[in-house]
Design a protein around this ligand. Structure first.
Ligand SMILES: *Cc1c(COP(=O)(O)O)cnc(C)c1O
Length: 346
């Protein structure tokens, strides 16, 4: 059975064009830095973000880890959102592997960290205190609804970082979704940051890979750390070939995923028993909703029943779901999903 898979945008399989480019990719040994396809991908990523250099990494998690390790010494403190992927979904790598001390700040409903909270959390010089080194924000903020953070907000965080001699990292796993939703260039959302990680393997459809961008010195340090954590890949050009198509062709079409997410939300809002987070406010590719108390089915039972109807969904909490639209979900898939939920909850 051909499933409609809304569990995440990470499920996106490569397009036929990507598979062809992968098969034909010119490759070298990327640890020697002579894989031409990887080099081209890194150059194009740096150019797109207006940064000096870029590094291809196997995963977003490794990209974030390298950024934390490159910016911070052991015992340094990094501010992270309490609902951020870095804090909650990266197996504690920052502290376990990097000895970096997390300072969790509450993510506001709009996905931001309150500027006053950031200012108030900068440690003063005192024998008791850690040394505050880094601010991390996430754009789009996944758990807060896939919400985009604006260029204005990012600039304000950048100013605080600059005034206090702190580094600034953006977990931009879905930064191109944010740029599409806000109708701005990705540079507008990342110029104030010292480093940005973004994923090729989510809405941009590549099978594997993420990128880290920043200054030449920062990337050189991240490359060394990548080797340290076992992420030096050899003929990685076969993967970078797909990444190039992601950058060239997939960043411009994300608005379609967002439109379908809005359509999905509008349809699900009519289904009795579902309470949408923000049917009107959906701006990127995620649709979050809760089950009303009167629904007697558990989330797991709903997952099973939806699967029998050809739709894969994943729960995001005891009574909560997150659906994610992407390249392989078309209008028909959206309609079918709405109908399937209506049937399952009847
Ligand atoms: C997916 C994701 C990551 C990590 O990417 P992986 O490639 O799955 O390791 C980091 N941050 C956010 C916000 C994500 O959604």
């Amino acid at each position: 059975m051909e499933y409609i898979d809304l569990r995440s945008d990470t499920v996106t399989k490569p397009t036929p064009e990507m598979r062809k480019a992968m098969a034909e990719a010119e490759v070298g040994d990327d640890v020697y830095m002579d894989d031409p396809t990887v080099n081209k991908l890194q150059d194009q990523a740096a150019l797109k973000f207006g940064k000096q250099d870029a590094l291809f990494v196997p995963s977003g998690t490794m990209g974030n880890l390298l950024a934390l390790l490159a910016h911070c010494q052991r015992g340094d403190e990094a501010m992270v959102g309490d609902k951020s992927h870095i804090y909650t979904n990266e197996a504690g790598g920052m502290s376990a592997l990097g000895g970096v001390h997390p300072r969790p700040l509450m993510n506001q409903r709009d996905g931001t960290l309150a500027l006053d909270d950031i200012r108030a959390s900068i440690q003063t010089e005192d024998v008791h205190h850690t040394i505050t080194r880094l601010i991390c924000i996430e754009n789009t903020q996944n758990v807060c609804g896939g919400v985009p953070l604006t260029a204005e907000y990012t600039a304000q965080v950048g100013r605080i970082a600059q005034e206090n001699n702190l580094r600034f990292h953006i977990d931009g796993a879905r930064i191109f979704n944010a740029a599409a939703a806000l109708n701005v260039d990705v540079k507008d959302l990342t110029a104030p940051a010292d480093s940005v990680m973004f994923c090729l393997s989510k809405g941009l459809v590549s099978p594997v890979g993420s990128m880290l961008v920043g200054t030449r010195d920062f990337i050189a340090r991240a490359r060394h750390l990548r080797k340290m954590v076992g992420g030096g890949m050899r003929q990685a050009g076969v993967l970078a070939a797909a990444g190039l198509i992601s950058l060239e062709k997939m960043t411009g079409r994300l608005g379609q995923d967002h439109a379908r997410a809005r359509k999905l939300a509008a349809g699900l809002k009519q289904v009795k028993g579902l309470v949408l987070d923000a049917a009107e406010g959906i701006s990127t590719n995620m649709v979050y909703f809760n089950l009303e108390d009167e629904v007697k089915l558990s989330v797991n039972q709903i997952v099973d029943k939806m699967k029998k109807r050809g739709v894969l969904v994943d729960w995001a909490g005891h009574r909560r779901f997150r659906l994610v639209t992407h390249y392989w979900v078309d209008d028909e898939g959206v309609e079918k999903t709405i109908k399937a939920f209506a049937k399952v909850l009847k």
